[in-house]
Structure formats: C-alpha cells, structure tokens
Design a protein around this ligand. Structure first.
Ligand code: FAD
Length: 500
C-alpha cells in the first residue's frame, strides 16, 4: 500500500475513481497494446472496452498528425519521461477530434517502465474557440494596422499596451518620443484640466485639434479623440472577483493638409481685411490732417475777428472776415462729419503672439525680397489682453511695416528685424527692433505727431506712428521709441493686462 494513502481507503476506491473519471484513461503494455480503458475512453473514442482491449493505441492515430510528433512522444516514453501534447485522433466511426493527451510511464520498484498510462480529453471545441479568438485578434490587428489613423490603447499610467502601424510611424517621426505622451500633453494643455473620470464607453475628449512639432521642425496637426474602454482582468484571481480596468483608446487623424488650407484661406482674408483697414485708416488720417491744418488759420481768424470787434473798427472788413470764418467753420464741420468712424468690432481676449505671428507671416514675402532676417522670440505662453483684435493687429502691422521700410533704404546693409514678446503680472510687452538708420533723439517725440516723417522718399504721410500710439492708448498702454544697440530703432509697446 502506498504511504500516501490512508489505511482505510481500499483499492476499490481507486478503481471507482478511474472508472467514473470524465477523462479517457487507458493503460497499455510497453508496445502500446491496450490492457484497460475506462467508460470515458469509450464515450470519447467510440470504441467499446471489448474492442479496445487487446488493440493498439495506434488505432486512434489519424494520419494528419505529423510523424515527428509520435517520434517525440516515443522519445520521451523510452526515456521514462511523461509526454504531453495534442494529437488528431480518429474515432471508431472514422470521425476525427483533437485530443489533449498526457502519457506517463508506470515504473516498478526498480524504476523500470512496466506500463504506460494514457489520459486524454476532446479539446476540439476549445481549439475552435481559441482559433476564433486568434483569427479575430489577427483580423482586428490588421484592420487597426491598415487604418490611416494613429491608434493606441493606454493603461491607467498612460503606458501604451497596443498600437498600430501609423502610431509607430509617428513615433519614428518624433525621434522615438512616445506620440501618446505628446498628444495627451497637448490635449490636457488645450482642455486646461485633466481627462475627467474614466467611464466605460464615454469620450474623454472628442476631435481636439493638437499641434505636434516633429524633430525636423515640421508642425503636424491631428484631430484627436479618446474613448474609455473596459478590459476584463485575465489573472486567476479576477475569475470570481470581476477585476477589470478602464483603458483609454486614443485615435489621432492627421489634418495637417486641411489646416494648411484653412490657414491659407484665413491669411488671404486677413490680408484683404488689413488692406481695407489701412485704406480707411489713410482716409481717416488724411481728413484728420486736413482738419488739423485748417484749424490753425481758423483759430487765427477767430482771434483777429475778436480783436477787431473789441476795437470796433474795420466793419466792412470785419463782416467779410466773419463770413469767411463761418464758411471755414462749416467746411471744418463737413470735413469732421465725413471722417470714417473706427470699425465697431467687439473687444475680446487677444493673444498678441498670434497677432504678431500673422503680421510677420504677411510681411514674409517683402522681407525675403529685401534680404531681411527675422528673429522672432515669443514668450512661450503669453497671457491674452482684453482689446480690439483688428485694431491691435493693424497697430503691430504698422510698426513692422515701419521697421521694414526703414531697413529698405537703398544701400543699407544691416537688415535684421528682431521681434520679442514677454509679460509680467501687469502687462504684456512687445519689442520690435530694426537695424535701420534709427530716429534721431530730437525727432523721437515729434514722431508721434500726425504727418511727421523722417522719410524723404515722399508718398508717405507719416501718420502710422500716431495712429499706432492712439490704438495703444485706447488699450490703456503706450508706445516708446528708443535707440537699438546697433543704432536702429527699438519700438516698445506696453499694454496692460487689466484696464481700469
Ligand atoms: P507507429 O508505427 O505506432 O509509430 C510511430 C513512431 O513511434 C515510429 O517512428 C516508431 O519508431 C515509434 N514507436 C512506436 N511504438 C513504439 C514503441 N513501443 N517504442 C518506441 N517507439 C515506438 N496515438 C494516437 O494517435 N492517439 C492517442 O490517443 C494515443 N494514445 C496513446 C496512449 C498510450 C498509453 C501510448 C503508449 C501510446 C499512445 N499513442 C496514441 C501512440 C500510438 O501508440 C502510436 O505510436 C501512434 O498512434 C502512431 O501510430 P502509427 O501507426 O502512425 O505509427
């Protein structure tokens, strides 16, 4: 009796256990001739015990199983080791099934093999399900891989557990930086908060447009969505406990081309709008200039007439002067009435970095033609000011145009434009510095007066700085002129973040 068996357990119990087991059990001699089979063997193979006993196990052999498998099986058995594997078996009725087989040599007291014990079960259905899962996985993977969008499945720590071909391509483009990290950082910055509570089937974010700068300096745009998906735990301890976790399925569709088109259309519209604004501005300035220039003589006439009236002399001349004065005043009123009003745009949050970017973009062809080099140093995140976007953009355009014109002087070699933006708790500052001839200190205050100009080429009224100053003042700020280090002109625009 085996020492691992309690003395009150008789041999018959073992016989019952083997007989009633739901596993095909067979015992053979060393040539695989069958000595015993249990009822489950009959149920699975279709061979009655009477037909099986005395026959060889090879009656189960279906010639689909490669000979090498049997060779490895017998190799193990002759070395007195167990063999486990899968064989395609043939039933008594000729039908086939996939058997999960374990064959173990039964050793005597001297360790010599005397019998073989075979255990097997039909795993055809299990195999079918396994194949189906594998096929479905392969299908899903090939669909996901072929999809023209970047896809990645992320766990709770934002680690990628599954990705596709496009994702890997983007990773190469980013110099092996994880695209999911770059996208999620951009989405979080755009949303201004986290991704919210993970809820299966709901969107963490939808169609967020994010910009990613590749290592070659090319900006790529993606429309990104994230959806929470549940994954059941596959650990043994999750079998009863239903442990599952929520993953984030990230998809990103490239929209760089569409963005470029939109940007092109926006810049064309902006160019047209700025041209129209500048036309109206010139008209406004010309009329204001005419009023300004007429006011001098009218004031003089008023004071002469007053003196004449006080002295009580020169009545006919006084009457004529009074008539002329009335006509001049009426002409002035007519002129004032036709000065176009400022456009009635609504004040809103304005990011001066964006406005400067637009202005520099528009000026690029002229700067290239003039062989100018631009150094654009924006503060990475510039707070928005509250103001009139079109007027502010027109103000910046006037200042950049002035700088370009100053450097475009014939024969002038230094052609470097430096534009920076920065902010502190109170204000945003924009500095536009050119390497042109500069404005002499004596002329700096006069430069803000309408019609003052240092240019001798004519055709320019010299009102740009005065209207730029007006826009800055309307926003509670101001513009100062300084001499740049190289002698050019440095224009400093300071606009407060909050206005009284
Ligand atoms: P076989 O002529 O039987 O032999 C195939 C190869 O095995 C040959 O290369 C031969 O060299 C080697 N070989 C065969 N017999 C021996 C031996 N006695 N000693 C050393 N090498 C040997 N097969 C199944 O297909 N399905 C089963 O469910 C199954 N259950 C088995 C259970 C037990 C307990 C044992 C011992 C064997 C079992 N076999 C089973 C293996 C079976 O005996 C055959 O080897 C196999 O079916 C191949 O049969 P065959 O007629 O194609 O080739």
């Amino acid at each position: 009796m085996s020492p691992s068996r309690r003395p009150d357990i008789p041999d018959s119990v073992f016989e019952q256990v083997v007989e009633q087991a739901d596993l095909a059990v067979s015992i053979t001699d060393l040539d695989a001739n069958i000595l015993y089979v249990n009822p489950a063997f009959t149920r699975i193979t279709g061979y009655e015990a009477s037909a099986a006993v005395g026959a060889n196990e090879s009656m189960l052999s279906h010639k689909v199983t490669p000979p090498a498998v049997y060779q490895s099986l017998w190799g193990k058995l002759t070395a007195r080791e167990s063999w486990a594997g899968r064989l395609v078996n043939r039933r008594a009725d000729g039908g086939k099934y996939l058997a999960d087989v374990v064959i173990t040599p039964v050793l005597d007291a001297q360790g010599k093999a005397v019998r073989y014990l075979g255990l097997h079960r039909d795993v055809t259905e299990l195999h079918r399900l396994e194949c189906e899962v594998r096929n479905q996985k392969a299908l899903i993977e090939s669909v996901v891989d072929a999809a023209p969008v970047v896809m990645a499945l992320l766990d709770g720590e934002d680690s990628v557990v599954l990705d596709n071909h496009e994702y890997k391509k983007l990773m190469g483009d980013l110099g092996m930086v994880e695209p999911a990290t770059a996208i999620l950082d951009a989405v979080r910055a755009d949303m201004g908060h986290g991704l919210g509570t993970a809820k299966e089937g709901s969107h963490a974010f939808l169609n967020r447009e994010v910009r990613i700068d590749t290592r070659r300096g090319r900006a790529r745009w993606f429309s990104c969505s994230g959806i929470w998906v549940r994954r059941d735990g596959s650990d043994a301890d999750s079998f009863f406990g239903q442990q599952n976790s929520v993953f984030l399925l990230l998809t990103a569709m490239e929209i760089t081309e569409q963005r470029a088109q939109q940007e092109k259309a926006r810049m064309a519209a902006l160019r047209a709008m700025l041209a129209e604004e500048s036309r109206i501005d010139s008209l406004r300035e010309t009329l204001a200039a005419a009023v300004f220039q007429l006011e001098g003589p009218v004031n003089m006439m008023t004071s002469v007439l007053g003196t004449m009236e006080r002295r009580g002399n020169g009545l006919p001349a006084g009457a004529a002067l009074s008539e002329a004065l009335n006509a001049a005043r009426s002409a002035l009123d007519s002129l004032r009435a036709v000065i176009p009003a400022n456009s009635d745009e609504m004040p809103t949050a304005v990011n001066l970095n964006e406005a400067l970017h637009d202005v520099l973009d528009l000026a690029t062809p002229r700067m290239l033609a003039g062989g100018m080099h631009v150094e654009w140093q924006p503060q990475a995140v510039l707070p928005a000011i509250h103001g009139y976007p079109n007027r502010l953009r027109a103000m910046l355009k006037a200042l950049v145009d002035n700088a370009i014109e100053a450097m475009n002087t014939k024969g002038w070699r230094e052609r470097q434009l430096r534009v920076t933006s920065s902010a502190n708790a109170e204000a945003v500052e924009v500095v536009i510095e050119d390497s042109g001839p500069g404005i002499p200190a004596s002329a700096r205050l006069k430069a803000f007066e309408p019609f003052f100009t240092t240019r001798k080429n004519g055709g320019h009224l010299g009102t740009g700085l005065s209207s730029a100053q007006q826009v800055a003042q309307d926003h509670g700020g101001g513009i100062e002129l300084e001499t740049a280090n190289g002698g050019g002109c440095r224009v400093r625009v300071v606009l407060p973040l909050r206005r009284a």
